[in-house]
Design a protein around this ligand. Structure first.
Ligand code: NDP
Length: 251
C-alpha cells in the first residue's frame, strides 16, 4: 500500500545521510520530491539522487538552497510551487554540528549551528504554511535529536538548537491544528551517517553502545520509516509530539 500517492514533499538536506533515506522512502510511497543540498561538493550526489527518484516513477528535483538563509528558503518554496503546484509535506532535516566545550566555543560556531539547525526550521515553516493553509492540510516534520532532550557535554549549541525545534514544533501545532496542519518532531539517537562517523571509531564507540538498550546505532531507513508515519494519514491524530527513534538510548 502506498501512503503518499499524489502528495508533494519537501526534504531539506537530502543529498546524503538521513535526508537521502527520507527522500527515497517518501518516493517509494508515491510522493513527488523537491529536496535541497547546500555544498558545492554535494551537487553530484544530489543530481544522482534526483535521477534515482525519477527512476522510481515520481517527479523529483534537487535545489541548491541554504536552509539557514530566509531569502533562499523563500525563493526555494516559490520555485517548488511553480514546478510542483503545492506542498503537502515538509521535512526540515538539514542540520550540522560544531561540537566544542562551552569554554572553547566561539560565537561563530554557536551562530552557525543555531542558524542552520533552528533558524532553518522557522525559515522553511514560514514558507510552506501558506500552501498548506490554502489546502487545509499538511504535515511538517522537524528533525530534532535525543541531544535536544537530554543535553550532552560539548554539544551546548547543538542541544540548544534541537531543544528550540521542540518548542517551535509544539507551538506551531497549537497555532495550525485548526487548519488541519500537523507539526511533529523526531528525536533520533545515534544514526549511522557522516555526522556520527567519528563515534563509531575507538573506545568511545563501546561506551555509546552500552547506553543503547537495542545495542546498536540506528540506520537512516529507520528514521525514514518514522518520517513516513508522521507524513502520512497513518498519524492523522498526532500533532505537537516528539517521537524518539533512539534504540532506547539513555545518556
Ligand atoms: P549529514 O551530515 O549526513 O547530512 C546533513 C545534510 O544536511 C546534508 O545533506 C547537508 O547538505 C545538509 N545541510 C547542512 N547544512 C545545510 C544548510 N544550511 N542548508 C541546506 N542543507 C544543509 O547529517 P545526518 O543525515 O546525520 O543528519 C540529518 C539531520 O538529523 C540533522 O538535522 C541532524 O542534526 C539530525 N540528527 C542526526 C543524528 C545522527 O545520529 N546522525 C541524530 C539526531 C539528529 P550538503 O550535503 O550539501 O552538505
Amino acid at each position: 500500500m502506498k501512503l503518499l500517492d499524489n502528495k508533494v514533499a519537501i526534504v531539506t538536506g537530502a543529498a546524503r545521510g538521513i535526508g537521502e533515506g527520507i527522500a527515497l522512502k517518501l518516493a517509494e510511497h508515491g510522493a513527488s520530491i523537491a529536496f535541497t543540498y547546500v555544498s558545492e561538493g554535494s551537487a553530484e550526489k544530489a543530481a544522482a539522487l534526483e535521477e534515482k527518484l525519477k527512476g522510481m516513477g515520481v517527479k523529483a528535483k534537487a535545489y541548491r538552497s541554504n536552509a539557514g538563509v530566509f531569502e533562499e528558503c523563500e525563493t526555494f518554496v516559490n520555485d517548488v510551487m511553480k514546478e510542483f503546484g503545492t506542498v503537502d509535506v515538509c521535512v526540515n532535516n538539514a542540520g550540522i554540528s560544531k561540537d566544542n566545550l562551552l569554554l572553547r566555543m566561539s560565537v561563530d560556531q554557536w551562530n552557525d549551528v543555531i542558524a542552520t539547525n533552528l533558524n532553518s526550521v522557522f525559515n522553511m515553516t514560514k514558507q510552506v504554511i501558506r500552501p498548506m493553509m490554502k489546502a487545509k492540510s499538511g504535515s511538517i516534520i522537524n528533525m530534532s535529536s535525543i541531544i535536544g532532550i537530554r543535553g550532552n557535554a560539548g554539544q551546548a549549541s547543538y542541544a540548544a538548537s534541537k531543544a528550540g525545534i521542540i518548542g517551535f514544533t509544539k507551538s506551531v501545532a497549537h497555532e495550525l491544528g485548526s487548519r488541519n496542519i500537523r507539526c511533529n518532531a523526531i528525536a533520533p539517537g545515534f544514526i549511522e551517517t557522516d555526522m556520527t562517523h567519528y563515534l563509531k571509531e575507538g573506545a568511545a564507540a563501546d561506551d555509546f553502545l552500552k547506553k543503547i538498550p537495542l545495542g546498536r546505532f540506528g540506520k537512516t531507513e529507520e528514521i525514514a520509516n518514522t518520517t513516513l508515519f508522521l507524513a502520512s494519514d497513518m498519524s492523522s491524530y498526532i500533532t505537537g509530539q516528539v517521537l524518539s527513534a533512539c534504540g532506547g538510548l539513555n545518556i
